[in-house]
Write a protein that binds this ligand. Structure first.
Ligand SMILES: C[S@@+](CC[C@H](N)C(=O)[O-])C[C@H]1O[C@@H](n2cnc3c(N)ncnc32)[C@H](O)[C@@H]1O
Ligand code: SF4
Ligand code: SF4
Length: 351
């Protein structure tokens, strides 16, 4: 299903560590009205959080077992990649190999000196970029990015940009920050961000539930500047729960991209890894889930992709009884949620 004679891009999760508690992140859940870690979402079969980190040596072995790597995306799924001990050295290694690096970060870890050094590493490549997820200004930022400090992120971003790194400002729009969009654009220009992306989230299912975290009450409400988007998302949610199955077009296959988790296991995309809840109804998925051998320390990518899981996956897209929920919810052509091919959310490149 993937073409190894062409450069393959890798969505790579280096660890399962994060310092924040964003309520709609796959790491977290609201249970009994309290925001807390969702350990099952963290990377079964280890079933834990904050205990794995890929070293430079492991990364090199895994990278060399892939073959022709185009871009490495450290976008994270259950982690903050910047938390990895060897993160800067790993980026340097990827760039030395002639590949590009894209990062999504909450920007709140590490010192300004560390970010300055990272900026120097990124300076030599005009494609590689770090996206700082700045979902609002000042106090509003930490209404979603719980535990983050706006000033600290801005200092880090400035150190990175001033040292020559290309940075993107990425803003998820909520009701509580939608009035700050214009001001955020101005500040982004002033700081020298290379571009600015607005994101309308597709996680509407997890809205509007009041919750507690560290004795403080929170309530997240959806943006209402684009009501049409919310309506489309509601229709998609209905479809996901329905018995219908429309045409599926696999996003990662189209992009010739795979996902590598924090155990260096290979998955077809970032929507399917370690989903314990899929095992019960899909034994063919369960077999791959339980097989720890499909990792890039022990096997080449070519060997891993020979697992018949990949054949069954392609068959599953037209079979109601086999189709996995994430495939249906993310890649149904009729309910394509994002304007960018790379995202399941609505993304608008402002500049
Ligand atoms: C799970 S995070 C991991 C990477 C890193 N920790 C970060 O936050 O950028 C991966 C991506 O999900 C995005 N994300 C987090 N919460 C979201 C939400 N409610 N809706 C849409 N995207 C979200 C983040 O902005 C980030 O770009
Ligand atoms: S910073 Fe990223 S990984 Fe951490 S909780 Fe927020 S969205 Fe999840
Ligand atoms: S969810 Fe399924 S269809 Fe979509 S990218 Fe992943 S494997 Fe492909």
């Amino acid at each position: 299903m993937f073409n190894l004679s062409e450069p393959i891009s890798i969505n790579w999760e280096l660890n399962n560590i994060c310092n924040l508690m964003c309520p709609q992140c796959g790491r977290n859940q609201i249970k009994d009205g309290v925001l807390q870690w969702k350990k099952d979402g963290s990377g079964n079969p280890t079933n834990s959080l904050n205990d794995m980190d890929t070293t430079l040596e492991e990364f090199k072995i895994a990278f060399n077992n892939i073959g022709n790597v185009g871009t490495v995306r450290f976008y994270g799924h259950v982690s903050e990649n910047v938390a990895s001990k060897d993160f800067a050295k790993i980026c340097e290694f990827v760039l030395d190999k002639g590949s590009h690096v894209m990062v999504s970060t909450n920007g709140s870890l590490r010192s300004t000196d560390w970010w300055r050094e990272l900026g120097k590493i990124y300076k030599r490549d005009k494609v590689s970029k770090v996206a700082f997820c700045l979902d609002g200004l000042r106090d509003e930022l930490s209404l979603y990015r719980i535990n983050a400090n706006y000033e600290k992120i801005m200092e880090n971003a400035k150190a990175f940009i001033d040292a020559g790194g290309r940075a993107q400002w990425r803003m998820i729009v909520f009701k509580h920050n939608q009035h700050q969009i214009e001001e955020a654009k101005e500040i982004a220009k002033e700081y020298g961000f290379h571009n600015f992306i607005l994101i309308l989230s597709n996680r509407l299912g997890r809205w509007s539930e009041p919750f507690m975290y560290k004795n403080k009450e929170y309530l997240l409400l959806p943006q209402d500047i684009d009501k049409e988007w919310n309506e489309k998302e509601r229709e998609r949610a209905e479809y996901i729960e329905s018995d219908e199955l429309y045409e599926i077009s696999c996003k990662f296959q189209r992009q010739n991209s795979i996902y590598v988790d924090h155990l260096l296991r290979v998955w077809p995309c970032c929507y399917l890894p370690n989903k314990k809840e899929l095992v019960k109804d899909n034994s063919w998925y369960g077999k791959y889930f339980a097989n720890k051998d499909n990792n890039l320390l022990e096997k080449s990518l070519n060997e891993i992709l020979n697992d018949n899981f990949y054949e069954l996956l392609q068959m599953s897209w037209t079979e109601k009884s086999m189709c996995l929920k994430p495939c249906k919810s993310t890649c149904t052509v009729k309910h394509k949620s994002g304007s960018f091919d790379a995202s399941a959310n609505y993304r608008e490149k402002v500049w």
